[in-house]
Every structure is written in C-alpha cells, then in structure tokens.
Design a protein around this ligand. Sequence first.
Ligand code: SF4
Length: 455
Amino acid sequence: MGQKFVKFIVYGCQMNVADSERMAGELAPLGYEGTEEQEEADLIIINTCCVRETAEDKIYGKIGELKQLKARNPKLVIGVTGCMAQKEGEKLRKRAPHVDFVLGTGQLKNLAATVEQIANRRRHSVVNTDMEQGTDSFRGKAVRQGKVSAWIPIMYGCDNFCTYCIVPYVRGRERSRTMEEILAEAREALAEGYREITLLGQNVNSYGQKPSSLAETGVSFAALLKQVDALPGIERVRFMTSHPKDLSLEVIEAIREGEHLCPHIHLPLQHGSDRILKAMNRGYTAEKYRNLASLIRERLPQVSLTTDLIVGFPGESDADFQATLDLVAEIGFDSAFTFLYSPRSGTPAAAMAAQVPEEVKKARLQALMAQQNKISLAINEKLVGSIREVLVEGASKNDATVWTGRTRHNKQVLWPHADEKPGDLISIKINKAQTWLLKGEIHGTYADDATILGG
Ligand code: SF4
C-alpha cells in the first residue's frame, strides 16, 4: 500500500474538528497521511458547516476553486462531508460535478469504504445523506490535531429546535454515547500523553437523558464528569456547549468538588429580552438565566463565565436590544462571541416578519461589542500581578519565541519561551491584560497551589 496524502479543509465548530480527526483515523488504515498542502493531496475532504448562509457561499466558492486542481490531477478524489453535505446532498454534486462523493453527518462510518471504491474506480460517485440514528460515526480511532488537549464527542444531534438554528435538521435527533465508550476513549487519549479532555456536544447538559440515547437513560452529565475527573493522569476537564435550560445544580457541584474540572462555563445567553428569547424558542427567561448565573457564582466564586449573543433577531426593537446590553453588563461575562442574526433558510426564524435592517443590526453589534470589550478588559486587568497555572500549548502563531497556553479559566496567556514543553503545567505571573488575552512571564516550572489564585 503506497503512501497517500489527505488534506482536510474544515469549516465551522469544534464538532467538525472532532469529526475530521475521526475521519483521519478511518483513513489511516488505507495509507492516508495528513498534509497541509492541497497540491500534494490524493484526497481532499471539505468538512462543511451551514450555520450561516454566508458560510455556505464561501464553501461553494472553495469547492469551485478545486475544479482546476482536479483538471490538472484527474486522480485527485474530492469529498464533501458535514452539515452542508447533509443539507444539500445531490444538489451539491449537481452544482459541482467535480466532487466525487458527498457524505452526510451520519455517514462517516462509510467514509473509508467510499474513498476506497472511488479511488479504485469501482464507483464513479457517491451521494449518501441517510440520517443516522446511532452513534456509530463516533467509533474508531481519532488522529488528533492538538498535542495537549483531546476533543471527545459525548453526544450527537440536538432536539432543541431554536428557531434560528439549522443544527437539529442536519445533525438529527439527540443521542448520547455510552459512558464506557467515552471513558475508554479518554483513557486512550491520556495514555497517548494528552493532559486535557474537552467533552463535546450540542447540549452536553442533557447527556444520557433522551430515550433515543444509546447511553443508559438517566445517566447524568454530572455523573460522567465525575468519572472523567477521576481518570488517572488527567490534569484538566472541560466541556462545551451548555444549554441554560438544562444546566443542573449537580453539574455545578461536580465542578466545585472536582479536582480537575475547570471552573469555566460557556453558557450561551443569546438575548436579554424575554419576548425575543421566546421567539427564539430558547426555553428560559432573562430572569431564569440571571438566577442561574447567580447560583453559579455563589457556588463557584472564581468561575469564568462566557457566552454567545445574537443581535438583530427578527422583531428585535431598540428596547429589546437595550435589554441585552443591560443583562450583559449586569452579569459581566469574561468574554462573549457576538453574532449578527442572519436568516438561515429552512428555519422558522427565516420566515418571520419584521426582519431587522442590516445597518441597524450592524450598529447594534458594534455597540454590544464595544461594551463587552470594556467588560472583558476590566476583568482581565484584575488578573495583573497574579500567578496563574498555565497548560503549555506551544509557540504562538506569529512569533516562535513567544509561547501560548491557557489558564484553568480558559484565558489565553502569552509569555517569552524558556525551556518548557507542550503539555507542561507552569506558573505564569501576569503583567499585562488585553481584551482577549493576557501576557506574562514564567514564575516557576511547577504550579504551586498555594500561590495560584484560580484562573
Ligand atoms: S441548542 Fe439551539 S442553537 Fe444549539 S444546536 Fe440546538 S437548536 Fe442549535
């Protein structure tokens, strides 16, 4: 079996990154090794996202670009996978006939067979978007991109049907992996030297709760967290994403009592107005979110809280937007990902009347970002002078002498590199704060619990 190269082009969320790692694992026995160079690739897989219409246009543009590459190298196999593949299916292949296969989100288990058939010219093309009801696509070994942190999907799909979101339509009904399977994968990652595990799902707080789950129904996310926390060799456990309507006191207590569970919760608020939250079908009110944030802060005083916010949802008035600004200021998030609402065809919100004009949306987004940036900076400035435990990731993007890592609270830190290695836990004295990151200097090679004030 000769050596072959596969290039992944990945769009969208961490779930897509995790799926791509698993696809690389499926392809390894066929002799495929990863490459960054699309010119030397024998196989190019575009793992797609369709959360935004603009993302889809961009991906069609990228697929179009590959036509020339295929003309120069007719043996090149091109595949499209992920959410947009699921949504577009046959339409995608008609629009881009140089694509050899289109596999939907539930068909990753058929990837190796499909590639093998096409590369050996046993089949001309494949389009398979059958929706899977199980979690087979999670099985098999992942070829991980990161060196320090391992992403482990614990569940798949979503049953929440937020009115702006396409995910439940393209990722299917919510189903969870069994705890044994997750723990086995975590143990394997730890044995390979990973120090941090991030448990992934669209709505991790409802892990194991759905009758369609393969996990024993009633097994809670908190129980899973406790098991992962107890694995020998683990340093840090993270998870994403939480849904406010399902985050339980049991999970908060598990973080409080856990030795390795990081005190960071990403809890998407999306909006501060009850009217809009209802139209979004989020399943909570501003008051309920406020109470939950207070409860989290009461039990985990040093927690870092981050969020997602949508600006310009249909029908959003000035007063609704002000409610978002007010609640965001009141809660004081460490950071927020802010999004302009963009209609996603196939979702209920896209058909709602009173779409907000583009220029109004943009002005509101600017105002929200300006406010949040000030809050983030003020929170980070309070960390100047303190000493933080940092898990070393490696050299920063722009300067090989400056290294990067994260605190337990998920703050990115930069410092001048000495002799530390990826995966080391070091102490950094923070001497400068910016909106999105901290800068500092090495304080010691080993984290000294007595001097560390949390992240
Ligand atoms: S919880 Fe809502 S926003 Fe998140 S994936 Fe499910 S439907 Fe989409």
